[in-house]
Design a binder for this molecule. Structure first.
Ligand code: ADP
Ligand code: MG
Length: 591
């Protein structure tokens, strides 16, 4: 047989291995979660490919994960009957940084002070396959891909910059298909090789894996056996007297044996009745599935029937999503008849501005070999999308109705700009988006208000919703445009965020009240006194002419106005032109 070939890790892997082996001492048990999730991914891939190529299952139809422990020698083996790896795939996957979670982990480390590596980070991001070295001195990965005739073994020690790959020659160790990991535990971590310990961890970490996980457990059953027994002295209960009694010559013994035991619940959580699932279970599922460490702000579990049948659980995360334009978010996991299809189709199932919503969608009406092209054309998907969007809005509305105002403030802080984007991109849902918007106001301090709160606070004679845009709260609050409205006790929305004004312009009106920019000319506050205005205009016409002459081209017109109370003059924007704020924006960027 050809000898084992030696390979060097990619530099980043070396760094990671060094950290794993020398700096991370707590949270070690995450290794099991990571390795089981890889096994589950490998089974998902196989199941998905076998839909179009049933031949892939010819080496065994069983799709499962089996974990065996040898507590005397401190060895754990994790075997899956998944897609396995070819020799080349071993090199590509287990010598470089494949996982996006791992890349995120490294990036976060780089940003934080390397001195105070927080081992909680590893729990948050996961370091994928390499987490095996949190507890192992040595790891062997023996794997057989259906694409390859041969089975290969990847082997590495914790304190090493290299790994080896060789062909599996031992007939005892051949597997029909899939991957077997063997972990040789460090001296101090041998406790993980106890069957009960593994079972307990699995119950914690992997109850949402949709393939059966079996653990090798010691079992016992009782059995009656015939024995010769001498008559024994026994005390009778009623009078305490001792007497001789001849016992029956049978005895109960416990017979011990080892067998595989199913350790997880494989019914996907979304197939269960919502009433029977606890919030904790929803949150756990979310954190496991999306690699999140904070509980979500809200979740929604629903089934739709009729024209299109699907089940879904949606979540609003509690973590901020920075990049509003990021399309590759992998936020929606699509299943068809419980088979995981892809997390790459979120763009088809959800509009871009809702890409912060995460969830699973399981449809019975789509074909298993569904592709992006099919999704884009599909009428079913259009209906699904509509329903999903509606449910997402219901869920967000739920947060906004919470007793605890902080919750929606946290939401708004994280995702406000996404909803503003929705004002521009989704006219059809304006009615749903508008009540969710929040703005600063001339009548509240730092507190944000909703349009409903604004409308409630309108004066009986007030017709419109007034706003002024500015580049900061203080500049908006101190603008002379506000003078008259403050005097009349009219509330004015202060639009500080560059996207605020654009979203209101897109909405056009709310509850039949139009939005009016108080910095524009022709502002009608319903307080006109035509007689008095005419007089004033006449009186100051020469002054106005003189000012216009001095300012020349810089202004279009100079007029007497009734909108000020203490400032002598103000610059207003033309009615059909851009507001000063919009001009600023347009100059700064092209929208
Ligand atoms: P991730 O799972 O996020 O891709 P990991 O570091 O956990 O990153 O795993 C790296 C890669 O190794 C996987 O993407 C996969 O290609 C391969 N791999 C790991 N475990 C298995 C397995 N049990 N069966 C098949 N391939 C595997
Ligand atoms: Mg992984």
């Amino acid at each position: 047989a050809p000898p084992a070939e030696k390979f060097e890790y990619q530099a980043e892997v070396n760094r990671l291995m060094d950290l794993i082996v020398h700096s991370l001492y707590s949270n070690k048990e995450v290794f099991l979660r990571e390795l089981v999730s890889n096994a589950s991914d490998a089974l998902d891939k196989l199941r998905y490919l076998s839909v179009t190529d049933p031949d892939l299952l010819k080496d065994g139809p069983e799709l499962d994960i089996r974990i065996q422990t040898d507590k005397d020698n401190g060895i754990i083996t994790i075997t899956d009957s998944g897609i396995g790896m070819t020799r080349q795939e071993l090199v590509d996957s287990l010598g470089t940084i494949a996982s996006s979670g791992t890349a995120k982990f490294l990036k976060t480390l780089k940003e934080s002070q390397e001195a105070n590596v927080d081992s909680n980070l590893i729990g948050q991001f996961g370091v994928g396959f390499y987490s095996a070295f949190l507890v192992s001195d040595k790891v062997a990965v023996s794997t057989k891909s259906p694409k390859s005739e041969k089975q290969y073994v990847w082997e590495a020690e914790a304190e090493s910059n290299s790994y080896t790959i060789r062909e599996e020659k031992d007939p005892e160790k051949l597997i029909p298909r899939g991957t077997r990991l063997t972990l040789y535990l460090k001296r101090d971590d041998k406790g993980f090789a106890h069957p009960e310990r593994i079972q307990k961890l699995l119950k914690n970490y992997s109850q949402f894996v949709s393939f059966p996980i079996y653990t090798w457990q010691e079992k016992g059953f009782t059995k009656e056996v015939e024995v010769d027994e001498d008559p024994a002295e026994v005390k009778t209960e009623d009078d305490g007297e001792t007497k001789k009694e001849v016992k029956k010559k049978t005895k109960t013994v416990v017979e011990k044996y080892w067998d595989w035991e199913l350790t997880n619940e494989t019914q996907p959580i979304w197939l269960r009745t919502p009433k029977e699932v606890s919030t904790e279970e929803y949150n756990e599922f979310y954190k496991k599935t999306f690699n999140e460490y904070l509980d979500p702000l809200a979740s929604s579990h629903f089934t739709t029937e009729g024209e299109v049948e699907f089940r879904s659980i949606l979540y609003v995360p509690a973590t901020k999503k920075e990049d509003i334009t990021d399309r590759k978010t992998k936020n929606i996991r699509l299943y068809v008849k419980r088979v995981f299809i892809s997390d790459d189709f979120d763009g088809e199932l959800f509009p871009r501005y809702l890409s912060f919503v995460k969830g699973v969608v399981d449809s019975n009406d789509l074909p298993l070999n569904v592709s992006r092209e099919i999704l884009q054309e599909s009428r079913i998907v259009r209906i699904m999308r509509k329903r999903l969007v509606r449910k997402a809005f219901d869920m967000i509305l739920g947060i906004s109705c919470s007793e605890n105002r902080d919750e929606y403030e946290a939401f708004w802080e994280n995702y406000g700009k996404f909803l503003k984007l929705g004002c521009m991109e989704d006219k059809e849902n304006h009615k749903r988006i508008a009540p969710l918007l929040r703005f600063f106001s001339s009548q509240s301090n730092e507190e944000l208000i909703s349009l409903d709160e604004y409308v409630e606070n309108m004066k009986p004679e007030q017709k419109s919703i007034y706003y002024i845009a500015g580049d900061s709260l203080s500049s908006a609050k101190n603008t002379p445009f506000l003078e008259k409205l403050n005097e009349m006790d009219y509330e004015v929305l202060l639009l500080i965020d560059p996207m605020d004004e654009v979203s209101l312009t897109n909405l056009n009106s709310y509850k039949d009240k139009s939005f009016v920019d108080i910095s524009k000319e022709d502002l009608d506050l319903g307080n006109k006194n035509e007689e008095r205005e005419k007089e004033l205009k006449q009186e100051y016409s020469q002054t106005c002419d003189w000012i216009k002459k001095r300012l020349g081209e810089r202004v279009a017109r100079v007029d007497v106005s009734n909108r000020l109370s203490s400032s002598p003059c103000v610059l207003v924007a033309a009615k059909f032109g851009w507001s000063a704020n919009m001009e600023r924006l347009m100059r700064a960027q092209s929208i």
